[in-house]
Design a protein around this ligand. Structure first.
Ligand code: ADP
Length: 469
């Protein structure tokens, strides 16, 4: 946003680890966005007409391209995010999964339906429901997974027969540009374009496309929803989260400590479904805090190029580092204790993996989305209190329950107001493209990612009747 406000023509992309310039992208003007959408409209009917089987060939070619170019893609992604190499590989791997899943299932998800109501009408008419794509889908994505976030929306939309205009984050646009290069390189029809820039470029996408899929902050999502309502175009929003983890007294405390350390620290906590607060039943609280602190303190931090020797990388930008520092400082000033971490380290935007205790819901580190490597831990008297505290949030994205009793875990899960719950694990639902994924409350609005809904949301139902005789 800031770049465009300054009316610049080019966005510089810097490594968050070193500050080095790693690339530049042009700022696509609103007029150019409108022209790009007009061009996509020209090619979309043919793309729709070749049907799921015709599109499958291109999507599987793109999948091969991603696999063949994984090393290069991971290097580009690392340059703009400073993720450890093992984490950078996750993005292309995720994109490959999404492509395979939707390329193979689009035919099934788009198949005509023939309702047969218990009605006299059914005697004289054949009823058909056809699923037809919105012509141009606009996808706006954040910086935390520069390839995976575009993939989860772009590929199902293309599989549905829509054309797609993608506006990646101005913080990490280089990976998305590679995606467009790949689409051109395999010789696929020109129904996928990437435009680069900040908020004004994104706003132009919202002004021109026929369906808007946005992933990012709740504040920006609210603005986009308002603009969509003004134009009367449909949208779905994947927004922030403040995911709770509940550790019950019968849990395997070692597993819970390691799982929650991973859930809180993976990608330096910059995942919408990161664990952001932990509630522990009193009998195992001390043991859990000791084990979590040890697990988090043992994480290796840094960004490396070729070897996978680090666990936690840098934060995406200076702004993110300032938010994390503020949440920790405010908590400490209000009486919280840091058991490990707590400050910035090295050059760039590295923040130490941090565990906080003696925290409560009045503190920003518990109430607001941190999107950083912090795990605030609270003691609860029992299961009921844990559920009540977990549900005391404006967000409702995902949660985890840690227990030795799976039936109990499921009972607790069914009382949590979140779009996803994992029992004795984190992230599992997102690693499965068949599972619908999306937030409740201020974490999301509209259709979900994954499964049939992740593709059908890009379609309009067309109800047809024809005479039987
Ligand atoms: P963050 O600031 O945490 O990156 P945002 O929600 O602001 O998260 O940004 C997510 C995406 O939305 C980015 O691609 C950004 O450029 C884009 N964006 C920001 N403001 C607007 C807007 N007013 N309209 C459309 N897109 C926007």
């Amino acid at each position: 946003m800031s770049e465009l406000d300054k009316d610049v023509a080019v966005i510089e992309v810097h490594s968050p680890a070193s500050g080095d310039l790693v690339g530049t992208v042009p700022v696509t003007t609103p007029d150019d966005v409108a022209a790009a959408v007009r061009e996509l409209r020209l090619y979309q009917p043919e793309w729709e007409a070749i049907g799921p089987a015709g599109r499958k060939q291109w999507l599987l070619k793109m999948q091969d391209w991603l696999i063949d170019n994984t090393e290069h893609l991971a290097a580009v992604l690392q340059s703009e995010t400073a993720k450890p190499r093992v984490d950078a590989i996750i993005d292309p791997a995720f994109a490959v999964d999404i492509l395979g899943y939707y390329a193979r299932r689009a035919g099934k998800f788009l198949a005509d339906e023939h309702p047969s109501p218990h009605s006299p009408l059914a005697r004289v008419k054949t009823l058909t429901v056809a699923y037809r794509p919105y012509p141009v889908v606009g996808v706006i994505t954040p910086w935390n997974f520069p390839l995976a976030m575009p993939a989860i929306d772009v590929f199902p939309a293309l599989a549905a027969g829509a054309a797609v205009i993608l506006k990646p984050s101005e913080v990490t646009p280089l990976s998305a540009v590679e995606l467009a290069r790949g689409w051109a390189e395999i010789g696929a029809p020109p129904v996928f374009k990437v435009v680069t820039g900040a908020g004004a470029t994104g706003a132009a996408v919202v002004e021109n496309a026929d369906y808007i899929q946005f992933t990012g902050s709740t504040a920006t999502g609210r603005k986009i929803a308002a603009a969509c309502v003004e134009r009367m175009v449909p949208y779905s929003l994947e927004l922030g989260g403040k995911d709770p983890a509940i550790v019950l007294a019968d849990a395997d405390v070692d597993r819970a400590a390691h799982g929650i350390a991973f859930g809180g620290m993976f990608n330096a906590g910059q995942v919408c479904i990161s664990v952001e607060r932990v509630y522990v039943e009193a009998p195992v609280y001390d043991e859990f805090v000791t084990k979590l602190t040890a697990a988090v303190a043992a994480l290796r931090q840094g960004a490396d190029d070729r070897e996978s020797k680090n666990d936690v990388g840098a934060l995406a930008n200076e702004n993110q580092a300032l938010i994390v520092q503020r949440h920790v400082d405010e908590a400490v000033a209000a009486g919280a204790r840091v058991t490990t971490g707590g400050k910035r380290t090295g050059v760039g935007t590295f923040f130490e993996p941090t565990v906080l205790v003696d925290v409560d819901h009045s503190m920003s580190c518990v109430a607001e989305e941190t999107f950083g490597p912090t795990l605030p831990v609270m003691k609860v008297a029992d299961e009921a209190e844990a559920i009540r505290m977990a549900n005391d949030s404006i967000y409702g994205l995902s949660a985890s329950v840690w227990t030795g009793d799976k039936a109990r875990g499921e009972r607790v899960a069914r009382q949590l107001n979140t779009g996803a719950v994992n029992i004795n694990d984190v992230f599992s639902n997102l690693f499965n493209p068949a599972m619908p994924m999306g937030g409740w409350g201020l974490s999301g609005v509209g259709a979900r990612w994954g499964g049939a809904s992740g593709l059908r949301k890009y379609c309009r139902a067309q109800a047809m009747t024809k005479p039987k005789l």
